[in-house]
Design a protein around this ligand. Structure first.
Ligand code: NAD
Length: 348
C-alpha cells in the first residue's frame, strides 16, 4: 500500500486546517500552501461530462489547461481564452493537478501511459495529484495508482516528492455536470482526498470517501449495477401490468407509496407519458445512454468474475443492454429498455 507523502500527513495532523470546508482558490495566499498545490488544473476529456466539469472549475477560479483528441472540443475552450495543449504530456508540464474524464479503461491507460502520455515525465513530473473521474474497473484504478506512485516529482511541492492518484468517478449525469451537482465517489489516500475536496466541490455537491485505491471505481460500478437491475425490474413489471390490463400510471402511483418504490419508479420513470422532464418523455433522448450502461455492466461482470462472485442479475442485465445496443438503441437513454426490450406501451 502506498504511503502518504509527508506533506499530506502534515495536513491530516493539522487540526487548524479547514478539512471539510470548500476552499476558494481565489482566496489563495502564501499562508495557504494546499491551495497553491491545486491552482493549475490540467483537464483531459472534454466530452459530455468533462466539458461542463472543466467549465465549472474555470468559473470557480482555477487556472485550467485543457486537452482532448477532438479538436472541436478543444476549440470551445480556446475560444474562451483557456489554454489548450496538443498532448497529455504537455498538459502535465503546466499543471499541479490532473483530472481525466475519459470513456473507458483503455482510453485512460493510453492517456496516462501511452506515448506523450501524462506519465512520460517519469522521474520529473510536475503534477503531484492525478484524479481519474472516468468510470473504469477497480483493477485498472489500482494498477494505475501503483504505476503513478513509482514516479517522482520534478520539484517537491511542499513536502511531497511522489505523485498520488485518486479514483473519483461521478454520479449525476450530464445535467449534474452542468449544474455542478455531481456526487464524487473517491478512492485512494484519505489525506489526498481531503486536500482535493475543494476541487470536487467546485464540480459537485457531495463527495464520499470510499476507502483505498480502486474503491471509488468499485462504488461506481456497484451503484450502476443496482440502477440497471432496478430499471429492468420496474420496466418488466410495468410491461407485465399493461399486458394484464393495469396502466403504468396506476402502477406508478401504487409503487410510489408501496414497497416497490425506487428511483426508476419515482424519479426516472421509463414509461413515456407518465412523468415530465425525464428521458422517456422525450423519446429517450439525453440522459444516460444504453451504451454507457452496457459498458458499466461489463465492468461489473468482469469484476464479479475476478473475485469469483456469482452475480446472475449482472450477467442478465449485461446481456439485455448489449442486445439493446446491437438493435440500434445505443445512444438512447437506458430507460428505453421498457419500450425497446419489453415492448411496453406509451401512456396516453
Ligand atoms: P464522452 O465520450 O462524451 O467524452 C469523452 C471525451 O474523451 C471525448 O471528448 C473524447 O474525444 C475524449 N477522449 C477520448 N480518448 C481520448 C484521448 N486518448 N485523449 C484525449 N481525449 C480523449 O463521455 P462522457 O459522457 O463525458 O463520459 C466520460 C466518462 O464519465 C465515462 O467513463 C462515463 O462512463 C462516465 N460517466 C458518464 C455519465 C454520463 O451521463 N454521460 C455519467 C456518469 C459517468
Amino acid at each position: 500500500m502506498a504511503r502518504a507523502p509527508k506533506f499530506l500527513l502534515k495536513l491530516k495532523s493539522n487540526l487548524s486546517f479547514p478539512r471539510f470546508q470548500p476552499l476558494s482558490i481565489r482566496g489563495f495566499s502564501s499562508s495557504a500552501p494546499i491551495q497553491s498545490q491545486l491552482e493549475h488544473v490540467g483537464f483531459i476529456g472534454l466530452g459530455n461530462m468533462g466539458f461542463h466539469m472543466a467549465n465549472n472549475l474555470i468559473d470557480a477560479g482555477y487556472k485550467v489547461v485543457a486537452h482532448d483528441i477532438n479538436l472541436n472540443a478543444m476549440k470551445k475552450f480556446s475560444d474562451r481564452g483557456v489554454l489548450t495543449k496538443q498532448t497529455p504530456s504537455e498538459v502535465a508540464e503546466s499543471s499541479d493537478v490532473i483530472i481525466t474524464m475519459l470513456p473507458s479503461s483503455s482510453h485512460v491507460l493510453h492517456v496516462y501511459t501511452g506515448s506523450n502520455g501524462l506519465l512520460q515525465g517519469g522521474n520529473h513530473l510536475r503534477p503531484w495529484l492525478f484524479v481519474d473521474s472516468s468510470t473504469v474497473d477497480p483493477q485498472t484504478s489500482r494498477r494505475l495508482s501503483a504505476r503513478i506512485s513509482e514516479c517522482v516529482l520534478k520539484e517537491k511541492k511542499g513536502y511531497v516528492d511522489t505523485p498520488v492518484m485518486l479514483d473519483a468517478p461521478v454520479s449525476g449525469g450530464v445535467l449534474g455536470a452542468e449544474a455542478g451537482t455531481l456526487t464524487f465517489m473517491v478512492g485512494g489516500l484519505e489525506e489526498a482526498y481531503i486536500a482535493a475536496k475543494p476541487l470536487f466541490l467546485s464540480m459537485g455537491k457531495s463527495t464520499i470517501y470510499c476507502g483505498g485505491t480502486g474503491n471509488g471505481s468499485a462504488a461506481k460500478i456497484c451503484n450502476n449495477l443496482a440502477m440497471a437491475v432496478s430499471m429492468l425490474g420496474v420496466s418488466e413489471a410495468f410491461a407485465l401490468g399493461q399486458s394484464l390490463g393495469i396502466t403504468a400510471s396506476t402502477l406508478t402511483k401504487i409503487f410510489n407509496c408501496s414497497s416497490a418504490r425506487c428511483w426508476s419508479s419515482d424519479s426516472y420513470n421509463p414509461v413515456p407519458g407518465v412523468m415530465e422532464g425525464v428521458p422517456s418523455s422525450r423519446n429517450y433522448g439525453g440522459g444516460f445512454s444504453s451504451k454507457l450502461m452496457a459498458k458499466d455492466l461489463q465492468l461489473a461482470a468482469a469484476s464479479a468474475q475476478e473475485v469469483g462472485l456469482k452475480c446472475p442479475f449482472t450477467s442478465q442485465a449485461q446481456e439485455i443492454y448489449t442486445e439493446l445496443c446491437k438493435a440500434g438503441h445505443e445512444f438512447r437513454d437506458f430507460s428505453c429498455v421498457f419500450r425497446h426490450y419489453y415492448s411496453g406501451k406509451d401512456e396516453i
